[in-house]
Design a protein around this ligand. Structure first.
Ligand code: CA
Length: 229
């Protein structure tokens, strides 16, 4: 993978670069926000490791700019331990994953490798449909009523799990396990944020909602049933 590290702690950049290069990735870096954004839009990396606390443009603004420019790169944000609010804002702004500092390099590498695998593991020409919502798994494209809906990689992953078994209710824990594969590290708010993001993109403006919450149980994707919804 081509990976761009945007982080101003040069020592940390050096450590991350070395570890990722050793695992066969092509690594570049920027130590300031504005330069980082320019590089991301120019180099079009597969993945961005983004520190939120940056000189120049801060990480959250940068992330917003990336998503506005429809940059498809996966983004892992780095937050200071205990900064729950900035982590949540980051996920809302389109990040796919986060790591709280200090983290181990093994942990970062494991997260990155897991993301890479998910991106390429699609079954050939699989097409999932629920009502007028369609997902082309191979090309990672989602349309509703024929109109393309741009999703971040993690939004896509969550929706894919739900669409593979329409009508089945997935608990938050199960969604965490399926998508992030590390249930204990992800609290329920992370899943809620992704569901909220998906609702905005998939259901807003449509008469028939497809994403449903069963209070206290979990989430499902299905056509609404007049009788029991
Ligand atoms: Ca920093």
């Amino acid at each position: 993978m081509r990976i761009l590290i945007i982080e101003d702690e040069s020592e940390l950049v050096r450590h991350i670069s070395r570890a990722l290069t050793r695992h066969g990735h092509l690594v570049s870096s920027a130590n300031e926000g504005n330069a980082g954004l320019r590089q991301a839009l120019h180099e079009l990396p597969d993945l961005v490791v983004l520190d939120l606390n940056l000189p120049g443009m801060d990480g959250l603004t940068l992330l917003g700019e990336l998503r506005r420019a429809q940059c498809p790169a996966r983004v892992i944000i780095l937050t200071a331990r205990g900064e729950v609010e900035s982590r949540i804002r980051g996920l809302k702004a389109g990040a796919d994953d986060y790591l709280a500092k200090p983290f181990s390099l093994d942990e970062l590498v494991a997260r990155i490798e897991a993301m890479g695998r998910r991106g390429t593991a699609a079954a050939p020409s699989e097409l999932l449909k629920v009502g007028d919502l369609a997902m082309d798994v191979l090309h990672r494209r989602v349309t509703r009523a024929g109109a393309l809906i741009p999703l971040s990689p993690r939004e896509f992953d969550v929706l894919q799990v739900l669409m593979q078994e329409p009508g089945r209710i997935f608990s938050r824990t199960e969604l965490c396990e399926r998508v992030w594969q590390r249930e204990h590290e992800y609290d329920t708010r992370t899943v809620e944020i992704f569901i909220t993001r998906l609702r905005k993109k998939i259901d807003q403006g449509f008469a028939l909602p497809l994403i449903h919450t069963t209070r206290g149980v979990g989430y499902t994707v299905r056509l609404p049933e007049a009788a029991n919804s």
